[in-house]
Design a protein around this ligand. Structure first.
Ligand code: CP
Ligand code: NVA
Length: 314
């Protein structure tokens, strides 16, 4: 049994296969074979979500499975039942569990106590489903053949990540760049430089620390093939909002900053976006922006991830 908790949980070759399957599922849409027929998967969300929740629920439906929406507020978890007992009980009913939570250790506890696959739908540490959708979106564009998404097309490409370079998306990009042979430069305030957590993720995966960090936005963006940003105030950081908004202002992705990137560079954002903060409306609406393709691809890649993790129907 396999879990998907971080970007490196699938090997480079496995990612290649996931991309092929995602491309096929994208072509087939609602006609995807019911590979998870009669399975029930739990979706336990401690935090808000639009894309992740809906794309997983639709994806499970298209694979022939049923999604059971769970929220901590109305479960016995909120009255003190342990994660370990909850995981053991849910494992007796469900074929898999998709979890969005704060501490990454909560996700790991569900994975180790239960007996069903666990999928990371975002933690404070990392958001691997989003990263696979992002990489797939780029591979679709950089692969030579129509309908292809070759992971090798990413190798050597340059990513610039702007803003909160210690957040879950930055951690995920640092890991993904090393896993796929991309170059990554991150720019943000020194207080939000990549954390030890990102270094630990690289170390655990036996990957080199090749990322670069600078406080100069232009330096990071110069010649980049992709300019990526995320919200400046992640879920759970609301108390720091005022300070973060003023400190991160120099890292807003404007048309002027995009002009430093490669001529045919893409702008990406995991969404939700806050126009006028981390990115201007002009950039969001520009021809470089591929934000809605990224969002759509969450559905296709997650179907491939679910199919890879699913066991026999129970
Ligand atoms: N990008 C993303 O995960 O969006 P949601 O928070 O809406 O799920
Ligand atoms: N860093 C953001 C990502 C949202 C998809 C957050 O955690 O809120």
């Amino acid at each position: 049994m396999k879990h998907f908790l971080k970007v490196t949980d699938f090997s480079h070759d496995e990612v290649e296969l996931l991309f092929q399957n995602a491309a096929e599922f994208k072509r087939l849409g609602r006609h995807t074979p019911a590979l998870l027929q009669r399975q029930s998967w739990g979706m336990l969300f401690y935090k808000n979500s639009t894309r992740t929740r809906v794309s997983f629920e639709v994806g499970l439906n298209e694979l022939g499975a049923h999604a059971v929406m769970l929220s901590t507020g109305n479960m016995q978890l909120s009255r003190g039942e342990t994660i370990a007992d909850t995981a053991r009980v849910l494992s007796r009913y469900l074929s898999g569990l998709i979890i969005r939570c704060y501490e990454h250790s909560v996700l790991e506890e569900f994975a180790s106590a239960g007996t069903i696959p666990v999928v990371n739908a975002l933690t404070d540490l990392t958001h691997p489903c989003q990263l696979y959708a992002d990489l797939f979106t780029l591979a679709e564009r950089w692969s030579p053949g129509e309908g292809e998404a070759d992971v090798e097309s990413l190798r050597g490409r340059k990513v610039a990540f702007l803003g909160d370079t210690a957040c879950n998306m930055a951690n995920s990009w640092i890991l993904a760049a090393a896993h796929t042979g991309m170059e990554i430069s991150l720019a943000g305030p020194a207080e939000f430089a990549p954390s030890q957590a990102a270094r630990d993720l690289l170390k655990q995966a036996d990957l080199p620390e090749t990322f670069k960090f600078t406080t100069d936005a232009r330096e990071a963006v110069r010649g980049a093939d992709v300019v990526y940003t995320d919200v400046w105030v992640s879920m759970g950081n609301e108390a720091e909002e005022a300070a973060r908004l003023s400190q991160m202002q120099p890292y807003s992705v404007t048309a002027d900053l995009m002009a430093e990137a490669a001529k045919d560079a893409y702008f990406m954002h995991c969404l939700p976006a806050h126009a006028g903060q981390e990115v201007s409306q002009e950039v969001l609406d520009s021809s470089a922006s591929i934000i809605f393709d990224e969002a759509e691809n969450r559905l296709h890649i997650q179907k491939a991830i679910l199919a890879a993790l699913a066991g026999e129907p129970r």
